[in-house]
Design a protein around this ligand. Structure first.
Ligand code: ADP
Ligand code: MG
Length: 212
């Protein structure tokens, strides 16, 4: 993945080299044979913060939308949310309000600047995030989204320090690890990989971000 000048380059500059690298990631995911027959849920995680999960997820979402897919992005990073900023959405109480029982599923998705792209922002968690994310309401939401979208992308907190991504991983069709070239430590990545393997989920690959 090349270096980005603006966070949502796939939308603003589809002809750039960076957009091309998101198209490559899109092709890779398509070639895994995952897509089709109902929506598929992919989880993005990393060993530590700031490695580019939110950026890679958002750009990949745009790239799939440009390819004619219906995509929902769900900000399951209740600790340090980012999707509401990158897609400039407001007016939803978010995932936390749905999981906490204050909002219905149909009221938390916001359509951003692209048709066929729904954004569910994180909202504000009143109880501990792993407890919220572990509620039965989470698989119910994913089932509902699978009926309307081809692809559902989950953003999550770093998975070595926090259990949030590990709670969610078994609900997904696959996990993509985002690592930052020159920053992510081999030891932390190894730990992350073994933690995710323990969840029984399928690790689809590592997206290497900012290779310059
Ligand atoms: N490929 C990239 N090129 C340039 N800046 C990037 C790239 N990936 C991430 N960033 C920037 O690095 C910071 C951390 O990225 P972010 O996606 O928020 O990481 P995470 O969600 O894993 O914490 C953000 O300011 C983001 O804009
Ligand atoms: Mg993030």
């Amino acid at each position: 993945m090349l270096r980005l000048n603006r966070s949502l380059i796939a939308d603003k500059n589809p002809a750039s080299h960076v957009s091309e690298s998101f198209r490559s990631l899109r092709t890779y995911i398509r070639q895994l044979g995952l897509l089709g027959e109902g929506g598929k849920v992919l989880l993005f995680t990393s060993a530590e913060g700031g490695e580019g999960k939110t950026t890679v997820l958002a750009n990949l979402a745009v790239s799939f939308v440009q390819d004619g897919k219906k995509v929902a992005v769900v900000d399951c990073n209740l600790r340090h949310p980012g999707l509401h900023t990158i897609f400039e959405v407001e007016g939803s109480q978010g995932l936390a309000a749905y999981l906490g029982g204050q909002e219905d599923a149909k009221d938390i998705a916001v359509f951003g600047n692209l048709a066929n792209l729904a954004v569910i922002p994180a909202g504000i968690a009143a109880v501990s995030p792993p407890d919220l994310l572990g509620s039965d309401k989470m698989p119910q939401l994913l089932e509902e989204l699978k009926g309307s979208f081809d692809l559902i992308l989950l953003d999550t907190p770093p998975a070595v320090e926090y259990s949030d991504a590990r709670v969610l991983a078994p609900l997904t069709d696959g996990v993509i690890i985002v690592a930052r070239y020159g920053k992510s430590k081999r030891e932390a990545l190894r730990k992350l990989k073994s933690l995710m393997e323990q969840t029984g989920s399928r690790i689809l690959g590592i997206a290497m971000n900012q290779t310059d």
